[in-house]
Design a protein around this ligand. Structure first.
Ligand code: KG4
Ligand code: ZN
Length: 350
């Protein structure tokens, strides 16, 4: 019997142990998670320092680094979990969105592993993976809830209606919030990755420059949509204008004021989404969820009023555990791929 014909008939186990593989950007991440909630092993090998030399992720370097790291990450995950290959029930892998060459390394490796170990192969959306990190953070979390997805590639507010149904209330009409952090970091000559470096600088600054809060009001689309391109341009113009006039800028203040403008709209829109839906739970997902100012602003606004789920910083940024957690949900539904699975640079938020 062919691989997939056999796999299709695999009995589904409620307490399944899933090995999750993530290679969409610059983290080679492999984790092992039981029943979508319990992390048994979690390995991340990052190539960020390689990219820092060039000021941003270089796709070719990312792909090569994944190729070099993926076997070690998988072996270490298995060793640290204390399990062996027979204990693994399925292999989940990020199929998209992300850098195509980088994704291909994970997808090809996952296909080989699934075939060699004779396990189901479960394709996972990176976006859904970020959202599922909240199930790792709070073992009792159940839909429905609102999630604010804020990463380097996406910014959206979604209703998680049930484990499988997402409704996008609004999303960015141009840049993502993480992208804005990274681009502003560049103009302030901060090294890659920009987000954490802006945050560190902002801690020493004042919110005393009036940058726009894009789409805060008076916009004809969804009141939950975002826009970051204008804010980014406003910061770039501010810095260039000062340079032309030979004026000194206070980088700390620029970082702090930008951070307020970028983040405050997210917190405001999250509150509106809670009001609209009547949901009593708010979860955060994506790399910008690691931002200390956002985390504090959410706690200040919502603590004691609703249930707030903020994953540990490690599980906001890219990791394998979120892919294993989302992979478990897809596994329960029998959403298996055959060995023709391919990587996708873009996937819709759904
Ligand atoms: O979710 P993620 O790891 O990858 C994507 O799926 O995009 O998000 C990466 C993004 C980058 O833009 C990075 O600058 C941003 O998250 N980020 C932060 C922080 N940590 C990571 N942004 C602001 N503050 C942080 N502490
Ligand atoms: Zn991500």
């Amino acid at each position: 019997m062919k691989y997939y014909e056999k796999i299709k008939t695999t009995p589904i186990k409620k307490d399944a142990i899933i090995l999750g593989i993530e290679t969409s950007c610059d983290e080679t991440a492999v984790a092992i998670v039981r029943a979508g909630r319990e992390i048994l092993a979690d390995e991340i090998i990052s190539s960020a320092t390689e990219h820092a030399k060039y000021g941003g992720v270089v796709p070719e370097i990312a792909s090569r680094s994944h190729t070099e790291a993926i076997l070690t990450a998988t072996e270490n995950a298995l060793k640290n979990s204390g399990l062996n290959k027979d204990d693994i029930d399925a292999i989940a892998v990020t199929e998209g969105a992300g850098l195509l060459g980088a994704l291909l390394v994970g997808v090809s490796f996952a296909k080989s592993l699934a075939f060699a170990w004779n396990k189901p192969l479960v394709p996972v959306s990176h976006i859904r993976g970020h959202i599922s990190a909240s199930y790792l953070a709070d073992k009792d979390l159940k839909p429905p809830f609102i999630t604010i997805l804020c990463s380097g590639g996406h910014t959206a507010i979604c209703e998680v209606k049930d484990y499988y149904t997402l409704k996008v209330l609004g999303s960015t009409i141009d840049d993502a919030v993480g992208e804005a952090f990274d681009k502003v970091a560049r103009v302030l000559s901060l090294p890659y990755p920009g987000g954490p470096n802006i945050e560190r600088l902002a801690e020493k600054g004042q919110n005393n420059i009036k940058f726009p809060k894009m789409l805060a009001n008076n916009y004809e689309g969804s009141e939950f949509d975002f826009s970051y391109s204008g804010l980014k341009t406003a910061v770039i113009n501010y810095v260039h204008r000062a340079e032309q006039l030979g004026q000194q800028i206070v980088k700390e203040d620029v970082a702090c004021s930008f951070q307020h403008s970028a983040i405050d709209v997210i917190v405001d829109k999250a509150e509106k989404a809670l009001k609209l839906t009547g949901y009593k739970t708010l979860a955060v997902s994506g790399g910008v969820g690691a931002n200390g100012y956002l985390r504090k602003a959410l706690k200040d606004r919502f603590s004691g009023k609703i249930k707030l789920v903020i994953p540990e910083k490690r599980y906001c940024t890219d990791n394998g555990a979120m892919i294993a957690s989302e992979g478990y949900l897809q596994y329960l539904n029998g959403n298996f791929a055959d060995l023709t699975l391919n990587a996708k640079a873009v996937v819709p938020i759904k």
